[in-house]
Design a binder for this molecule. Sequence first.
Ligand code: NAG
Ligand code: NAG
Ligand code: NAG
Ligand code: NAG
Length: 449
Amino acid sequence: MFPFLIIFPILFTLSSSTPLEEFLGSRSTDDYNIHAVLVAGSNTYDNYHHQADVCHAYQVLRNHGVPIENIILMIYDDIANNSKNPYPGKIFNVPFGPDVYAGLLKDYTGMELTPENFLGVLKGDKDLAAKGKKVLTSGPNDHVFIYCANHGATGLIGFPTGALSSDDLNKALVYMHEHKMYDKLVFYLEACNSGSMFENILPDNINIYATTSANSVELSYACYCDEPEFHTCLGDDYSVSWLYNSDFNDLAIETLEQQFKYVVEGTIKSHPQQFGQKSIASLNVGQFLGENTSSKIHAARSYPKDFVNSRDVPLVMLRRKIERTDDAAEAAVLAKELQTLIDGRRFLEASMENIVSQLCFNGYCSDVEKILSTQQPLVNHSTYSKVAKKFQSSCLNLGIHTDGMKFMYVFANLVESNNFTESTLNRFLADLEKACNDHIVNHKFKAII
Ligand SMILES: *[C@@H]1O[C@H](CO)[C@@H](O)[C@H](O)[C@H]1NC(C)=O
Ligand SMILES: *[C@@H]1O[C@H](CO)[C@@H](O)[C@H](O)[C@H]1NC(C)=O
Ligand SMILES: *[C@@H]1O[C@H](CO)[C@@H](O)[C@H](O)[C@H]1NC(C)=O
Ligand SMILES: *[C@@H]1O[C@H](CO)[C@@H](O)[C@H](O)[C@H]1NC(C)=O
């Protein structure tokens, strides 16, 4: 708690311009409406933190006056009533905080949480709208805010049904710009490797400003993972920082840049990044989250703690449960569960090594070890997207087997080192399918999660 209180005032005094200049400079003369899309891209109790972040974001928008009808909420919604939830019907994003599940209007739940539906929402898809589903209806003067909390990998963010590629996401954003669906758009993204969703792809001249929880090569971290009773993580390091900051500040005055600096200071385990049109960061946060003075202080202040990288939450939670239980029978059941998980992960790791070896044998690389142990920056997002789709359709469903996400960087390495042409790419995709058939499909592991 102590460092939180210190950091809070310092950031405002560090700012280069005076509060008055910021205030005047940040006013928008045009009338605009705020439209928001909030997405928690995971399911199961182990991923509680993603849905909790997103529910909290919904409360921030509501508390600052963004009308319900302008918010599109996509959450799987298997947490509140989960049999493991110690507080049925409630979700908490911070220890001793308020219930962030109260009063939500959910627009897409369960298996509606697909990359296709998310892209459809962004593009204002007419077929979805015809089915009575909410899609963005924003126009050329409007401000759009998008926040997603997902599993992530190089150039990918996860959904319960499969991963969305950076190429498809950025194409949708460009489409929105071309179709005048916003004046300005702000995108906050919580995911492992989230920097790779925008690095070398998001244009800096289409009025979009994005921040991410992590750079392109690092993991994102869940926090509050050691709260009694919960046996899961309540939030994420970067997300609770910006959400807190929004709960406590006057968003009609604070700028996006000030909030970003606060989040950089507050995020302990990863390095939040900025992308796109950074001049937008001089606008006030309220132009995207609502400028009304919040009627509620949302949570007791508490600094993020007890971090676990997003991918290892299931593993760490099982280990802790085993350590803590006094019941031998329960311990035996948990130990078996843990062993299945570990075996699944080992199988996946060995399979990926075999797949890469076979691809090197096919001529796409010379050094298996190097492909496995380096992370090249992703530049050719469109080619990578094709490879990632092939991997998902022919090798492993990354929506169910999210642990597979952690190996996707090898395909970025292969894409970047091969400089494929259309025909060599097609040959590569066929060879990838063959390698997967040889080493991974028909796996017996339900638990590679
Ligand atoms: C925001 O505040 C204004 C002024 O107090 C009020 O008229 C308006 O209804 C509020 N908007 C929402 C959505 O609460
Ligand atoms: C959770 O349970 C309550 C009470 O039984 C019910 O009203 C509600 O619809 C359930 N919600 C979900 C998402 O299943
Ligand atoms: C990739 O291939 C294209 C077309 O064959 C060629 O023009 C380009 O120089 C190559 N780039 C690299 C980095 O090898
Ligand atoms: C990406 O690779 C494709 C071939 O798969 C090539 O046609 C395209 O020019 C490359 N794009 C960039 C930006 O290098």
